[in-house]
Write a protein that binds this ligand. Structure first.
Ligand SMILES: [Zn+2]
Length: 125
């Protein structure tokens, strides 16, 4: 079925170009750092502290897993904007990476369909 084959080929090359764009996006993120950056609010445990009355301690942190260990780093005020930016770049990279895996899987599925459409029966029945 030559018409179906040419449609499949068009889809495959479209998918291939989308894949190239994804790789470009992934590799042009700039500096990044793994982890989640967020405002942690907590009680210190001292009964006389203001946090015991509801005014929680607030600290900006970066958390990540390192060699299976959950790590938490306090981010100094003067580095907050930078770390926020790097962590956001990391998140974008991870999202793009997940999409790339989906796209590669779709590309392989199309290549398989093309191979199937071109398959010959040998030896003949
Ligand atoms: Zn406290």
């Amino acid at each position: 079925m030559p018409a179906a084959l040419s449609v499949l080929r068009q889809r495959l090359w479209r998918q291939y170009r989308a894949l190239a764009r994804r790789v470009r996006t992934m590799t042009s993120q700039g500096p990044l750092t793994p982890g989640s950056f967020y405002l942690l609010q907590r009680r210190c445990g001292k009964p006389s502290c203001r946090c015991a009355r509801g005014q929680l301690h607030r600290v900006w942190v970066l958390t990540r897993s390192e060699a299976g260990q959950h790590k938490l780093y306090t981010v100094p005020a003067d580095q907050r904007a930078q770390v926020r930016h790097w962590a956001a770049a990391w998140r974008r990279y991870q999202r793009a990476r997940a999409r790339l895996i989906q796209q590669i899987t779709a590309l392989i599925a199309l290549a398989d369909q093309i191979a199937e459409a071109q398959r010959v029966q040998w030896p003949p029945p």
